[in-house]
Design a protein around this ligand. Structure first.
Ligand code: AMP
Length: 291
């Protein structure tokens, strides 16, 4: 039997109202957990929300399709939305506050200030999506200012994003703990993503190539392979055999700072981005060398 919550979820669109609601909670001694999302929620998002509910006293989820992190040729207009379903999920979980600002609330006319994590923002995802991380950092810093969370939750699925956010938090001395949680996957291993709905049936089937080539890379590293070139070559070959897939990049990098590795020592992060038609999917795995 589902017990009805006494207080249902509070939905707020205005920054001033969010600040007031959170101030009240903070002064009553509650710790604030925050999960930023662009909505169209799936189990990946919900795993972050559940952890926040477990670990903090008051959980805030934002739903905001952030225009500054989309390039001019990207899918801002088509980005999937389903607010009703999102709210049903969040109510069911017992989230305390959902912040749903509109674009002008976050970026009023004349907005001029952006945050950049230099260098880190220009590689891999940043190279394929110029300006993306500038938009991400700007919106996340604004959210941190508005919500003042004790802990913020991000997914390992967006590995470079997590590294960049941690760097921003360190460099700017922000008083927030960043928690990065594991990637939630479909049965065949495909990482859950709001963008998976764009895939045709055939592309969806083919999309398991991302996790399959990452698993292959993991096995190679565990079997003693230390040369990123050899691993990249094998992954490229596997993706090349999948006719519906177009490789964007393979990254074999340091887990902590996303710097490319010449040689895999103990640990590495392997990330991959692949196009299926216009749909671009990313995935990654942390691999450990057994030697
Ligand atoms: P998005 O709505 O795509 O901006 O994602 C919001 C948060 O959910 C980000 O921190 C993502 O890394 C995280 N996320 C997205 N997909 C997954 C997944 N499959 N598993 C875990 N976290 C995810």
């Amino acid at each position: 039997m589902r017990i009805k919550k006494e207080n249902s979820v509070e939905v707020i669109a205005k920054i001033s109202a969010v600040k007031a609601a959170i101030e009240k909670q903070k002064s009553s001694g509650k710790s604030i957990g925050f999960v930023p999302t662009m909505g169209f929620l799936h189990e990946g998002h919900l795993s972050l929300v559940r952890e926040s509910l477990r670990r903090t006293g008051y959980t805030v989820v934002s739903i905001f399709v952030n225009p500054t992190q989309f390039g001019p040729k990207e899918d801002l207009q088509e980005y999937p939305r389903n607010l009703e379903k999102d709210m049903a999920f969040l109510e069911e979980l017992g989230v305390d506050l959902v912040f749903i600002p509109d674009t002008l609330e976050m970026y009023p006319e004349g907005f001029k200030t952006y945050v950049e994590v230099t260098d880190l923002q220009d590689n891999f995802e940043g190279r394929s999506r110029p300006g993306h991380f500038r938009g991400v950092c700007t919106v996340v810093l604004k959210f941190f200012e508005i919500i003042n969370p004790d802990v913020a939750y991000f997914g390992q699925k967006d590995a470079q994003q997590s590294v960049i956010i941690k760097k921003m938090v360190g460099d700017l001395n922000l008083d927030v703990e960043i928690q990065v949680l594991p990637t939630v996957r479909e049965k065949d291993g495909l990482a859950l993503s709001s963008r998976n709905v764009y895939l045709t049936k055939d592309q969806r089937k083919a999309a398991s190539i991302l996790v399959n080539c990452l698993r292959k890379a993991k096995n190679m590293v565990e079997a003693g392979e230390k040369d990123p070139y050899v691993i990249t070559k094998e992954m490229t070959r596997m993706i090349g055999r999948q006719t519906l897939a177009d490789l964007d990049y393979i990254a074999i990098v340091d887990v902590g700072n996303f710097e490319p590795l010449d040689k895999i020592k103990k640990e590495a992060l392997i990330a991959v981005a692949v196009y299926f038609g216009k749909v671009r999917l990313i995935d990654n795995m942390i691999v450990q060398s057994k030697e």
